[in-house]
Design a protein around this ligand. Structure first.
Ligand code: ATP
Ligand code: MG
Length: 267
């Protein structure tokens, strides 16, 4: 009779994602040359841990977009060090940086940046076209786009094109698109800037839920104090200088007078 070997305990694969740890050291940025050279960011040091929900707030021209673009690897023209995990962004080639950006970062902008001639679903699955044959998305891409639309409460809008959608709905599509590649961090530049107050709060509620339920790391730039207060950490910029970096008890949309947020998504 064959003796059965005692079963080895199955090794559990770690399902936890590795910690995103963006760290910025002595970051400065100038625009222009010679007499016209002006410093727009000055000696900024900060780090963002995995699962944080950070807002960056400041008046117009204080350097918020400039800082976000540098953190997100969209702008490499600066002095100082920016690290993501073990990578120093300055040491990567353009190609390596864009690979890292496409895999690990999602972006949401004020103007949604959707393509009007594509459906909501196609706008979301668009990233899977890159590197693939024309007219073919990666297997499962359409299904994933549908799931993501469901998640942001737009399950019935897969076939609509952006001109048929409201501003809030467009921003939800843009959020679904940012989630497509399962990024570890989402950078948002004035995501509520084109929306009315209530719709803006609904969008922020999606971010709060993504952060709470999926530990998504979020960095949201805004000039609006009530939007900044929905994050759990607030960084303040004044004239390119980091003047405050504090933990915050996140405000809920209903505390701001929006009782029904009208989000039918699964988040
Ligand atoms: N391409 C550029 N060339 C020269 N100066 C620039 C350029 N982009 C931004 N600046 C300057 O850098 C400073 C910071 O700009 P930035 O766009 O980061 O500000 P912001 O805080 O995002 O402002 P806003 O709230 O209006 O979006 C401003 O003084 C701006 O005029
Ligand atoms: Mg800006």
């Amino acid at each position: 009779m064959l003796r059965r070997r005692p079963r080895r305990p199955t090794r559990r694969r770690k399902s936890k994602r590795p910690a995103v740890d963006i760290s910025i050291t002595d970051l400065s940025k100038h625009y222009g040359k010679g007499q016209g050279r002006t410093r727009v960011l000055r000696d900024i040091s900060l780090s963002i841990r995995s699962g944080e929900f950070v807002s960056i707030v400041g008046t117009s021209g204080s350097g918020k977009t400039t800082l976000l673009n540098i953190m997100g690897g969209l702008d490499r023209n600066y002095e100082g060090a920016v690290r993501l995990d073990e990578h120093r962004l300055e040491e990567l080639s353009d190609k390596e940086l864009s690979r890292l950006r496409n895999r690990k970062f999602g972006f949401v902008f004020q103007q949604f940046n959707l393509l009007d001639h594509l459906t909501a679903g196609e706008n979301i699955s668009l990233p899977s076209y890159f590197g693939a044959k024309p007219d073919s998305t990666a297997p499962g891409a359409d299904e994933r786009a549908r799931e993501l639309l469901q998640k942001v409460g737009l399950g019935d809008k897969t076939a609509e094109r952006p001109p048929q959608l409201s501003g809030g709905q467009k921003q939800r599509v843009a959020i679904a698109r940012a989630l497509f590649h399962q990024p570890r961090i989402i950078f948002c530049d004035e995501p509520t800037g084109s929306l009315d107050r209530k719709t803006g709060l609904q969008i922020m509620k999606i971010f709060q839920d993504l952060n709470r339920e999926e530990q998504m790391t979020l960095v949201v730039v805004t000039h609006e104090e009530h939007i900044a207060r929905m994050a759990s950490r607030i960084i303040r910029l004044e004239d390119g200088v980091l003047v405050a970096d504090e933990a915050n008890e996140p405000v809920q949309p209903d505390e701001l007078g929006v009782l029904s947020i009208g989000n039918e998504g699964t988040l």
